[in-house]
Every structure is written in structure tokens, then in C-alpha cells.
Design a protein around this ligand. Structure first.
Ligand code: SAH
Length: 382
């Protein structure tokens, strides 16, 4: 008698494993899913509307689907979000959501309200493997890529909570930046369908100018991204020469600045001169001197672009300091004098560790161990 419910639970868990999480699928993926179920592909459009326009995740309430289909979906599919474990509000209106995943892993998303837009900054990996010297995420190591459901789920939950908190006349999320934890272009498989869902009219319907992928410069994937999705691009440059960039962004040793700039050139040519946003963190005495600004101008001057200066956000043990306001203004003026649109990013959400580069989450690090195994044994050639 007692064994029965337990056996039943085990079975249910097993069934659960085989279920397709519909949040993992963009329109094309959903059409394929329904075709495989012997259903008409237009079911994909109905499901998209329920999930993203109505915010309805319960199959039994999707009233324009025939009852047998609803019951069938309940057996074969599910809508599973990352678990919301914490919400923190900053004095300046910034809000941070912490999501719990498998094991002890936690990722973060940040909501930044402004007069004319509501921006959400989302994560694409649990931790990051790129090891940029000034970034808190790097210190926590790397565990794994996020799934499409975990990426789009951050947006779904943030958007819902905004709309329910302010039901009257308030907008939901209008802009998304992939600038949270992780390197989006090292997780193309999950990131591309998530971007499709953000841009799809039946998904979030965001404008391509309001969905921005930020990369540390994974050059070959920049071309692939452009071919796959029509969105905006930000490039984390941070240094105007290879010697310094090798130190700050170790990925530069694989893809040096001249290759990165050539990829940016291809991007603007193929997207009909859409602006690229260059991000440049301002580190006191490291990359903030007038000669750095002149060197930077020489690289980016010929491109349709904006330069975004980010005052360094400190974290314990960072080993860097933020440039003074005077140094930032001087740097900005040198770029402006050369006709380069330059803005200084206002720091937001510092009091809740939600500012750029402060997202650390909780990462069950696997990279450090991996690195140890990958190191050549004593006496072996590297
Ligand atoms: N890996 C991608 C996506 C993360 S974006 C990329 O690097 O573009 C996060 C942005 O915040 C990047 O521009 C990053 O360089 C910047 N950043 C990281 N640490 C920072 C810090 N401590 N202070 C200010 N900006 C930081």
C-alpha cells in the first residue's frame, strides 16, 4: 500500500524528463514540435499567443485548443520557468531578480527603469569562462550554458511581475540587453531561439534596435549571429591596443583587435550601417589616459558607432579603481572632438550589487577543475 504512491511519483518524474519544455522553442521549433505530434503547425501561433501575449502557462485554460489536444499537451509538454528565489530593490529603482537553477546554481537579471524605456539585463550562462580581469562574474567561475527556457524565462517573469505590479497604463519590458552573466556568443544554440522569441510579434514583439547582444569579441560567432538574427550589437572593447587588451580581456589573445574590428566592419556593412555600441570600462590609471582615448578613436572613428564609457564598478578583491569623473570627462571629450558619439553610462543599482560587472550569482564552478586537468603535466610540452 505504501509503495504505491512512491512508484507513482517515480513514474511521474520519469514522464517529466521526457516532456518538452515549450519555452525552449521559438516559432519554428514549435511548428516542428506540433508537426511531430500530428498537429497543424498553426498551433504554434496559438501557443505563442497564450504564452507571451496572455501570459498563460496552464494548458487547461488555453480555450481555443480542443480538449484532447490540451490533455495531450499536459502529457507530452510543459512550461517550466527558472525558480524565482529573491528580488532586491535598489534605492534608484533598479531591481535585481535572482533565479535558482539545478544544484546550487543561481543566476541574476537586472531591471533598469528609465524615463523613456524599461530595460532588462539578462544572463546567458551560469558564470563565465572568459576571465576578464575586472569582472565579478569571472571570479565565480563557470558551470554551464543556460537553456533557451532559462533565458526567455528571465524576461517572461520580469515582464509579468512589472505588469501585475503596475496594472494600469504601465509598460512591461521595452528593451533587452544580453549583458548579464556569461558570454552570449558562446551559447548560440540557446541564445538564437531566445532572441527569436524576443523579436517575434507573437512573442515579446521587441524592436531589433531594442534587443542588444553584448560580446567580448568572439569573432567567428559575430558573423554567425548576424546571419541568424536581426538584432543590435555591443562589443566590450575596454582597451585600445593588443598588449593591454590581452591583459584585461584574455579572449583577445585568440581574436586580436584588428580581427575584432574587421568583424565589426562586416557587421555594419551587412546590416546597412547599423550602429555598433562599444563598451569601455573606465579603470583608473589603467586604460583612461588621453593617449588611450586617441588610440581608441583611431580604431572606431571610421565606423558608425557609439562609445559607452562605463565607470568601473568595484567588488571585493577586484584590484582596480574607478576613474575619476575628471578623467572620464577628459576621455569623453577627446572622442567627441573626433566626431565620435560618446556617452558615460550612469551607474545604477550599486547598492544591491546589480551594476555592470557586479553580477556574481552562485556558480558551482567547474572551470577551475577543468583548467587543472587541462594543464600540461610537469615536463610535458604545452
Ligand atoms: N560577455 C559579454 C556579456 C556581458 S556584458 C560581454 O563581455 O560583453 C557585461 C558588461 O559589463 C561588459 O561590457 C563588461 O565588460 C562590463 N563590466 C564587467 N565588469 C565590470 C565592472 N566591474 N565595472 C563595470 N563594467 C563591467
Amino acid at each position: 500500500m505504501h509503495a504505491h504512491p512512491l512508484r507513482f511519483r517515480e513514474r511521474a518524474d520519469l514522464d517529466g524528463e521526457a516532456r518538452t519544455n515549450l519555452l525552449d522553442l521559438d516559432r519554428e521549433g514549435l511548428q516542428r514540435f506540433f508537426r511531430e505530434q500530428g498537429e497543424k503547425p498553426f498551433r504554434a501561433e496559438q501557443i505563442l499567443r497564450w504564452l507571451y501575449h496572455q501570459g498563460e502557462c496552464d494548458f487547461s485554460r488555453m480555450t481555443n485548443l480542443a480538449r484532447p489536444l490540451r490533455e495531450h499537451l499536459a502529457q507530452t509538454a510543459e512550461v517550466r520557468m527558472p525558480a524565482l528565489v529573491e528580488v532586491q530593490d535598489s534605492a534608484d529603482g533598479t531591481r535585481k531578480w535572482v533565479f535558482g537553477l539545478d544544484g546550487g546554481n543561481r543566476i541574476e537579471a537586472v531591471f533598469i527603469p528609465e524615463a523613456d524605456r524599461n530595460t532588462l539585463c539578462i544572463s546567458t550562462q551560469v558564470g563565465c569562462a572568459l576571465d576578464c580581469s575586472f569582472c565579478a562574474t569571472a571570479r565565480s567561475g563557470f558551470n554551464r550554458n543556460l537553456t533557451t527556457a532559462e533565458i526567455i524565462g528571465q524576461l517572461w517573469l520580469a515582464n509579468r511581475s512589472l505588469l501585475t505590479d503596475h496594472p494600469k497604463g504601465e509598460r512591461g519590458i521595452t528593451n533587452v540587453v544580453l549583458m548579464g552573466m556569461g558570454e552570449p556568443l558562446l551559447n548560440m544554440k540557446a541564445v538564437v531561439p531566445a532572441l527569436n522569441l524576443m523579436l517575434d510579434d507573437l512573442g515579446f514583439g521587441l524592436s531589433k534596435r531594442h534587443v542588444t547582444v553584448s560580446t567580448s569579441g568572439v569573432v567567428p560567432k559575430m558573423d554567425r549571429l548576424r546571419e541568424a538574427v536581426d538584432c543590435s550589437l555591443a562589443v566590450s572593447l575596454h582597451a585600445p591596443n593588443n598588449a593591454l587588451r590581452d591583459e584585461l580581456v584574455p579572449l583577445n589573445r585568440a581574436h586580436p583587435i584588428e580581427d575584432l574590428m574587421a568583424a565589426c566592419q562586416r557587421w555594419v556593412e551587412h546590416t546597412r550601417r547599423r550602429h555598433i555600441m562599444f563598451e569601455y570600462v573606465m579603470l583608473a590609471g589603467v586604460n583612461d589616459q588621453p593617449h588611450h582615448a586617441r588610440e581608441l578613436a583611431a580604431w572606431v572613428g571610421g565606423l558608425p558607432c557609439k562609445v559607452n564609457l562605463i565607470p568601473f564598478n568595484p567588488f571585493p578583491g577586484a584590484g582596480y579603481e574607478r576613474s575619476s569623473d575628471e578623467a572620464i570627462d577628459r576621455f569623453r571629450q577627446i572622442l567627441m572632438d573626433r566626431g565620435i558619439i560618446t556617452i558615460t553610462r550612469r551607474t545604477r543599482g550599486e547598492d544591491i550589487d546589480a551594476a555592470c560587472g557586479q553580477l556574481a550569482g552562485e556558480v558551482e564552478d567547474r572551470s577551475k577543475r577543468w583548467r587543472r586537468f587541462a594543464e600540461p603535466r610537469f615536463g610535458e610540452r604545452a
